[in-house]
Design a protein around this ligand. Structure first.
Ligand code: HEC
Ligand code: HEC
Length: 290
């Protein structure tokens, strides 16, 4: 197609020389404002190229004269949050439980920290929200084996129960069956008594007086005459709807025959004192705190 540049008579501008069916294309220049914005964008891009990390080469990249790095920015933000948390945790470590509870903002930090620590460290044994499971006490139920004040809970978490810690809480139920202290029919009788009198089920035996006698002689010293338990000795409350090992007659017979003596790890080697305090506040808040 032959091109012929000519002047348009209406606008006074030149055409591009392209023509289709008599329609000619005007060579209208770009608007000045658009052109300057375009140039400004180019200048801006070059500036950004120089200031910030940009051109990749071989094994690395041009880091930019500002030395900015997104990773460092994230690290700084994380460090700032950690510093804020550390300030709160230092306060938690220094203050008494009573003072922490007087400061709603600090208590909130403690409970949040406790909830997160509980989910990762304690939940596998004690269940979500401290609901418990056979062999692992329900921490939300208020049926404390070792006492449910903040200090009791802090002590239990710090040193554990029958753990390797020299200050661990210690208690032992005699192995009445395994060591031949009671005969199988006596164990059956005392278990039936506990199951009926304290766990609230119909007795199997016509007369539970025999079981009652065995209980008074062998069990009441630790578990109490009324099965009320003894937090000083770590003897669980038997007169309760919440049981460490379950509520069936078989579990009682099994416990009296060969007690299980569960182990609660000591956490002083794994968690710092402030975190343990936060945990104690959280566990206490689950519903059973005293
Ligand atoms: C390996 C399993 C296990 C883990 C993990 C564990 N516990 Fe325990 N915990 C136990 C057992 C078992 C007992 C009961 C011991 C007994 O028979 O007296 C117990 C008892 C307790 C008690 C005493 C309950 C009472 O009635 O007096 C508290 C409080 C407690 N745990 C808190 C925690 C906290 C908080 C954590 C997390 C830091 C935790 N436990 C992690 C197994 C565990
Ligand atoms: C020297 C103290 C001691 C004596 C005596 C004792 N117990 Fe225990 N008993 C304990 C302790 C401690 C536990 C908790 C075991 C554990 O934490 O694993 C326990 C746990 C139990 C449990 C489990 C409770 C639950 O919540 O599941 C039953 C049932 C029980 N004892 C019944 C008896 C009976 C019946 C006798 C008498 C024949 C007896 N005990 C004598 C200390 C004692």
């Amino acid at each position: 197609m032959p091109t012929k540049i000519e002047k348009d008579s209406v606008t006074g501008r030149e055409t591009t020389g392209h023509e289709w069916d008599g329609i000619k294309e005007l060579n209208t220049p770009l608007p000045k404002w658009w052109l300057y914005v375009f140039y400004a964008c180019i200048a801006w891009a070059i500036g950004m190229f120089i200031l910030y990390p940009s051109i990749p080469y071989g094994t690395g990249y041009f880091k930019g004269v500002l030395g900015y790095s997104q990773r460092r920015a994230v690290d700084a933000a994380v460090a700032e949050v950690a510093a804020q948390r550390q300030a709160s945790m230092d306060k938690i470590a220094a203050l008494s439980f009573a003072d922490i509870r007087k400061d709603p903002a600090l208590l909130e930090v403690a409970l949040t920290d406790g909830r997160i620590t509980f989910a990762t460290n304690c939940q596998p044994c004690h269940g979500a929200g401290g609901a418990g499971r056979p062999g692992y006490p329900a921490l939300a139920a208020g049926a404390w084996i070792w006492g449910g004040t903040l200090e009791d809970i802090q002590q239990t978490i710090t040193h554990g129960i029958r753990s390797a810690d020299p200050d661990a809480r210690q208690s032992a139920m005699p192995r009445f069956g395994a060591d031949g202290i009671l005969k199988p029919d006596q164990i059956q009788a005392v278990a039936d008594f506990v199951h009926a009198k304290f766990y609230g089920h119909p007795p199997l035996a016509a007369d539970i007086a025999e079981g009652q006698k065995i209980f008074a002689e062998n069990c009441a010293a630790c578990h109490g005459d009324a099965g009320q338990g003894n937090p000083q000795m770590g003897a669980p409350r038997l007169a309760s709807k919440v049981h460490l090992y379950g509520g069936s007659l078989e579990t009682i017979v099994s416990q009296v025959t060969n007690p299980r003596m569960g182990v609660m790890p000591n956490w002083n080697t794994r968690l710092d004192p402030a975190t343990i305090k936060a945990l104690a506040l959280y566990v206490h808040s689950l519903g059973g705190g005293q």
